[in-house]
Design a protein around this ligand. Sequence first.
Ligand SMILES: [Zn+2]
Length: 273
Amino acid sequence: MKAFISIDMEGICGVVREIETDPIKGGEAYQQSRHLMTQEANAAIEGCVKAGATEILIADSHWNFDNLIPEELHEAATLLRGTPRGFSMVEDLDASADAALFVGYHARAGTPRAILDHTYSGSVAAVRVNGTEVGETGINAYLAGHHDVPVVLVTGDRALTAEAKALLPNVHTVAVKDATGATSAKNLHPKKAREQIQSEATEAVRDAKTIAPLRAKTPIQMVVEFRRTYAADLAAMIPTVRRVGGLRFEFEADDYLEAFRTFYAMVTIAGGE
Ligand SMILES: [Zn+2]
């Protein structure tokens, strides 16, 4: 039984401000977040082990994908670390996995009462897959679904868990904090958060066969809206997308792999802000 874990930093218990997630300017605050993130990773890994997982791949999926502290990481997992990765937060997730777990995730761009809400990049305002608005949870869950892998656990703040439940029936969730604004939240004690993540991961992985993978109907219709014209000007370099007005793009793809690659190429070219 193989489990795939994708872990971000904004949804880790105790993390509320952008500086705490910034490897360049974050200093001590960022170092603390790395530790919190690694401990939460370990809780999820231990949960998978208890459910009988014999192979666990954890993809560090924040910023340059090199945040988890290798020495402190649970030894049952293999660590996917560093960039570039064509499939980004879900690189190397394929049909060999039995369950996918998204830990430390955050709500999509434009969500109120959500810590550091965004969708892949600060430049993106909204993304729709076949008409459904999605954030990173949905964008990555559809990729898992393409490979027939169910997303069984999603953890982050309360807004994120609501977003996940609306898209993924039967998904297990853990809300480790309750945001009162974009950079303010009531946090569980990190030890409590880890206990909940560990026990929920165990139940979620055990339930994997009863949770349906999220499949997007093909051909895929995708819409990407940027916040600023400058970013949209850069994204317009991708030849297979249609620009509709200044900020909005539409495109079709034969399957979700192609849709994901087109979307990720757009946000990579458009850059952060
Ligand atoms: Zn992140």
